[in-house]
Design a protein around this ligand. Structure first.
Ligand code: F6R
Length: 353
């Protein structure tokens, strides 16, 4: 039931703070110790020499973020693969691979095909899914819940943040993040709430920048490039504005030729190591007429940025940076008079290959 909400998508965007709290309550005990991840899971992963995350669409984008946690905290090399590609073009695997399937529905046919293949090859697999007791959770060796609650809108929102959160927690069970993850995630929940309380700002940004546009861009570097892919998918799939998300350093290698007077370019700026370079790229597209809209973290924000994201640990910034993009997609779609929850040509769960 969507209650007082006009669309499920808005309700699900708003639920993300509560989802973050529910996930923490499930995976941490009162003393801040991790719970709910069986030793068999962590022991089997510790024996692996490489993780292979396999997923589709938004879940694939969540995997691109999760990769950083497994590599930086757990120190396990991690590859992220698109299920429909991996299924028919399997890359050379390491000696001891461990597979992680990410899925909201647990029913995505492309991911199921890969799980079938890797099981036949005898490799261990864990599914992180929102719908438990789904095909992917039943057929993997291990399964952990993503705990986003029912997601009805076709465009995935809370399942993405939940998948990022659960990957962070799983990675922290394998290696020390070097900070108090439970406390930082409590802060993340508070700040997600703070951003979703700013709906009017994003409505205005969406209406001003996107109402009559036929194309748009999301750029970022590092983790922001990963979020840019998800941000672009959200916008294009429901507003039908052709949107590209990509690594900002690639602009000069071709894409910058697409910039025209007024082309909206959203920049996600939350990573200190590359903030200076990204500022340069924003200036370059602005000089060619782009309408630049910068969403920057507090530590990196400057005068003129469209929105300042509250500061949390940089590796957790994707959990905040994605929220404005979800809201911008929602309000741009509303402004164009389209059905937010049911974009044309799409199904919630893709059970064909
Ligand atoms: C986009 C979206 C899709 C799904 C994809 C995978 O908003 O929802 O891209 O993420 O079809 O689905 P799951 O996660 O159910 O495997």
């Amino acid at each position: 039931d969507k209650g007082a909400y006009p669309y499920y998508m808005l309700k699900e965007i708003d639920e993300q703070a509560v989802v973050a709290r529910n996930i923490s309550a499930h995976y941490f005990d009162e003393d801040g110790n991790l719970q709910g991840i069986p030793c068999a899971v962590t022991d089997t992963i510790q024996e692996a020499d490489r993780l292979y995350i396999v997923a589709a669409g938004t879940s694939y984008h969540a995997g691109l973020v999760g990769k950083r946690y497994f590599e930086q905290w757990a120190k396990i090399p991690t590859e992220v693969h698109i299920a429909s590609e991996f299924a028919y073009d399997q890359p050379m695997l390491s000696e001891k691979p461990f597979f992680i399937f990410l899925s909201q529905s647990g029913e995505t046919a492309d991911s199921r095909e890969v799980l079938d293949n890797v099981k036949k090859q005898g490799y261990p697999a864990l599914t992180l899914a929102n719908v438990m007791n789904s095909t992917l959770t039943r057929e993997a060796d291990f399964a952990l819940p993503v705990l986003a609650g029912p997601e009805i809108a076709v465009a995935s929102t809370k399942a993405y943040t939940a998948q990022v959160l659960v990957q962070a927690i799983l990675a922290a069970s394998l290696g020390n993040p070097g900070f108090d993850l439970k406390a930082e995630l409590a802060k993340v929940a508070v700040e997600i709430q703070a951003i979703t309380d700013e709906k009017e700002s994003f409505k205005k940004i969406a209406e001003d920048a996107l109402k009559d546009q036929h194309s748009a861009f999301y750029i970022g570097r590092g983790l922001d490039a990963a979020v840019a892919l998800e941000a672009a998918l959200k916008l294009k799939e429901i507003s039908y504005i052709q949107t590209e998300g990509f690594a900002a350093g690639e602009l000069k290698h071709g894409t910058i030729s697409l910039i025209e007077e007024g082309t909206p370019v959203f920049a996600l700026l939350t990573q200190s190591k590359t903030a200076g370079l990204l500022r340069g790229e924003v200036a370059q597209v602005a000089a060619r007429g782009a309408n630049t809209i910068v969403f920057a973290s507090e530590d990196l924000a400057k005068e003129g940025d469209a929105f300042v994201l509250p500061q949390v640990n940089e590796l957790l910034m994707p959990l905040l940076a994605v929220i404005p993009a979800q809201l911008v997609a929602y309000y741009a779609t509303l402004a164009r008079g389209l059905d937010v929850d049911r974009p044309r040509n799409l199904a919630k769960s893709v059970t064909v290959q």
